[in-house]
Design a protein around this ligand. Structure first.
Ligand SMILES: Cc1cc2nc3c(=O)[nH]c(=O)nc-3n(C[C@H](O)[C@H](O)[C@H](O)COP(=O)(O)OP(=O)(O)OC[C@H]3O[C@@H](n4cnc5c(N)ncnc54)[C@H](O)[C@@H]3O)c2cc1C
Length: 397
């Protein structure tokens, strides 16, 4: 069976257009310095450049290319979006949070789509996912943050943690208890609220991945009711739509193959200190290449299914689970292949500019972001009918 993507003449013509545009707009100016592999070390100037690039891409219709034009998307088809993502991957790594996009698209009013979804799709604004709390992780429905109605506002109080994002969030996609007396799953409201409202403070959260996670504190924050998405106690349904995206429904085009191809090149060129040699080394390299390819194919399948509106079931969780499993196994293979050098973040003794060491730290953290690794399995079991609880995917279009 042929696994390589075949392109049409139209796609190749479109690729030329995308490349030409990216050559002009997609290269970070040299004076801003090289982008660090660690999100945390990105400078504010680099972040501002990325923001502006996101805006240009959005106004070109290429940020959320397959979303309808009337809402600020590109109105393009999946074949074109595939080309955009492939080319974009060669230039800039952009965080493409999709959760609030789907949430606003499915649950927002016509007025909210104009006021909130449109600027999001045009790249004028971005947001953070503000869900997890110190006592509410995978069991997200147990959040304790409250949003109490007071006149035309909700007054929000609580603490969120592990919240990913760089510098200042324009908006927050946030879940809170709106009716403390209502039963579980019928007591929550979902908000897409400005990130700079008085009473919001943030504190950096230092994790082993050296990523960009935060605590977010809400102290009597007044959120106008226009920022509630869905009904006052429909927050759980809204969250479920968003969580489909968080659990991999949208897929991606560029998987971990880039990493494995770079690794292969480095290994072949002898520019890295390998501990394993001969058949043992070959086995580790081949393992990495095979699993990376499977990972990419699962992500690409979801990319196509999502953008061509195919019904999805276990697909998102399957791809996410595999991706995380692959990261752990890849970290083990790297350790066996390169030995202690894999564990050193040192410009002389470390390998591939510290990327191997980062892969060790990132692999264990990767099992926890966006729910957790075990929860992917729970979702798959429920959706293929192997669990006491049965469920179907929430709407995303
Ligand atoms: C790098 C990173 C980035 C993150 N970014 C964000 C973000 O931007 N926004 C946000 O809101 N959150 C974010 N998170 C938080 C993330 O969603 C939570 O870590 C995750 O939901 C797990 O919650 P927890 O860490 O509290 O673990 P817990 O919920 O305490 O779970 C602990 C362990 O028990 C297991 N477990 C719990 N219940 C079950 C069950 N029913 N069946 C089987 N196993 C179970 C879990 O799988 C896990 O291994 C991020 C986390 C990380 C690590």
């Amino acid at each position: 069976m042929e696994f390589e993507t075949q392109y049409t003449t139209e796609q190749e013509a479109f690729r030329k257009e995308v490349r030409e545009w990216l050559d002009i707009n997609g290269k970070m100016p040299a004076e801003l310095g090289p982008l660090s592999g660690s999100e945390r070390e990105m400078t504010r100037a680099q972040w501002e450049w990325k923001k502006e690039f996101r805006r240009k891409l959005g106004h070109k219709g290429w940020l959320f290319a397959t979303m309808p034009k009337e809402h600020g998307g590109g109105g393009l088809n999946v074949d074109q979006d595939l080309v955009i993502k492939e080319e974009l991957g060669k230039y800039v790594e952009l965080q493409m949070r999709q959760t609030a996009v789907a949430g606003l698209y499915v649950w927002g009013t016509a007025e909210q789509k104009e006021r909130l979804l449109k600027p999001l799709l045009l790249g004028d604004i971005d947001f953070w996912n503000v869900w997890t709390e110190p006592d509410s992780g995978v069991d997200l429905a147990s959040v304790k943050t409250t949003a109490t109605r007071d006149g035309d506002d909700y007054v929000v109080n609580g603490i969120k943690c592990y919240i990913s994002g760089d510098f200042d969030p324009d908006y927050m996609w946030m879940l809170a208890v709106t009716d403390p007396d209502a039963p579980r799953h019928a007591n929550l409201g979902h908000f897409f609220m400005p990130g700079n409202l008085p009473g919001i403070t943030m504190q950096f959260q230092d994790l082993i991945n050296r990523g960009s996670q935060h605590f977010v504190f809400f102290d009597n924050v007044r959120v106008p009711k226009e920022y509630l998405v869905g009904g006052e106690t429909q927050g759980w349904q809204v969250a479920q739509t968003a969580l489909e995206l968080e659990h991999g429904a949208a897929g991606s085009i560029v998987g971990r193959e880039n990493v494995s191809q770079n690794l292969l090149k480095a290994y072949q060129s002898g520019s890295v200190h390998a501990m394993a040699t001969g058949d043992t080394a070959r086995e580790h390299v081949v393992n990495i290449l095979i699993r990376s390819k499977v990972n990419t194919l699962l992500s690409q399948r979801n990319f196509w299914m999502f953008r061509s509106h195919q019904p999805q079931s276990y697909h998102g969780a399957q791809a996410t689970w595999y991706s995380r499993e692959n990261r752990i196994r890849m970290a083990d293979d790297l350790l066996d292949l390169f030995g202690p050098h894999t564990l050193i973040d040192d410009k002389d003794l470390g390998q591939l500019g510290g990327r191997l060491e980062a892969a060790q730290r990132g692999a264990c953290m990767g099992t926890h972001g966006a729910g957790s690794y075990e929860i992917d399995k729970v979702i798959i079991a429920r959706r293929v009918g192997m669990s006491r609880t049965k469920e179907v995917a929430a709407p995303t279009h």
